[in-house]
Design a protein around this ligand. Structure first.
Ligand code: MBD
Ligand code: FE
Length: 314
């Protein structure tokens, strides 16, 4: 029989010391969390007989993961970000806070401070004209009774035809495919953009390296991210995942949910194109969002997750 020491009183006391329980400085909350991390790590090492080589390989992996800024990508790929949604859903269910458009993960690629427009806006900078399919996206922001919410902010972002996001892909112009649209009197937002492609993890990056070892791909279906907010309503973080994509229900980040599939229709009609002011084939996508009422002022805000560019008031 192998010796087990990780849960003995002696080791517990040792980790309490390491987690700062022997002093009255610092953060009690972090101490509580760190003690548990140490105890549970020790248990994993012991129970799974983690070898020294495995341990130091993991330490090196964390260095490389952080060095490439992929920690947020890995937690999405391992389903932990989706788990946070499931946990919040379960808490909401318990207190009867149901209804409205489902939440789904934010992902690691939001950038604050996108240009603000009233009602209608063009999101793409034209750099993929002739390559991309023009997409007309529109819909309404509604309350749970289906009444329009005027003055709601629809903050949306999506990838280009290569599946890449501006800011993180430095070849794109600033805030390309990122906008904030304030809904009109009918609660409506309208955007002219381009049909995005799905995202794929960098095949050379540490996240894909882990997924390879799990026998998994690192692909997402084509999708559009949304933060939707309005005074008196609960902030909504969600996505539209596009119908017809091979990864729609095989998303490496588990973000596709019932109620969040957008039906894209491709239109090949010269007269319709003319009316839209474009030529050739284009896409239409209509999607309405329903917000829950806010229970508190904090409810109206998005999470305080650290993000690229913390712009004042954005
Ligand atoms: C994305 O575009 C995304 O939405 C998620 C969740 C992870 C990686 C890239
Ligand atoms: Fe995304």
């Amino acid at each position: 029989m192998t010796v087990k020491i990780s849960q003995t009183a002696e080791i517990q006391k040792f980790f309490e010391e390491a987690a700062g329980f022997g002093n009255d400085q610092g953060s009690p909350r972090l101490k509580q969390i760190m003690l548990r991390v140490l105890q549970d790590s020790a248990k994993i090492i012991e129970d799974l007989e983690i070898t020294d080589d495995e341990f130091w390989t993991a330490v090196d992996y964390l260095n490389r993961l952080g060095g490439r800024g992929e920690a947020g990508l890995l937690v999405a790929g391992l389903g932990l970000e989706h788990f946070l949604d499931l946990l919040q859903d379960a808490k909401d269910e318990q207190v009867g806070r149901t209804g409205g458009t489902p939440r789904t993960i934010e992902g690691p690629l939001y950038v604050a401070g996108a240009p603000l427009a009233e009602g209608e806006v063009r999101m793409d900078d034209g750099s993929e004209d002739g390559v991309a399919t023009v997409m007309f996206l529109e819909g309404r922001v509604l309350d749970l009774d289906g009444k329009p919410i005027a003055g709601a902010t629809v903050d949306l972002w999506h990838a280009n035809t290569k599946g890449l996001y501006s800011y993180f892909d430095q070849s794109q112009s600033e805030y390309n495919l990122r906008r904030r649209i304030v809904t009109d009197a009918e609660g409506r937002y309208r955007a002219r953009s381009i049909v995005p492609s799905g995202y794929g993890c960098d095949p050379q990056g540490p996240t894909q390296e882990c997924l390879d070892q799990l026998g998994r791909h690192g692909q997402r279906p084509a999708h559009i991210h949304f933060f939707i907010s309005a005074p008196g309503y609960r902030h909504l973080t969600t996505q539209i995942n596009l119908s017809g994509d091979q990864y729609l229900w095989d998303d490496f980040a588990y973000a596709t949910r019932d109620g969040l599939v957008g039906e894209v229709s491709f239109v090949e009609d010269a007269a319709a194109a003319d009316k839209r002011g474009v030529s050739g084939r284009f896409a239409e996508l209509e999607f309405d969002f329903q917000l829950q009422p806010a229970g508190s002022a904090e409810d109206e805000q998005r999470s305080h997750r650290p993000r690229a560019l913390q712009v004042q008031g954005a």
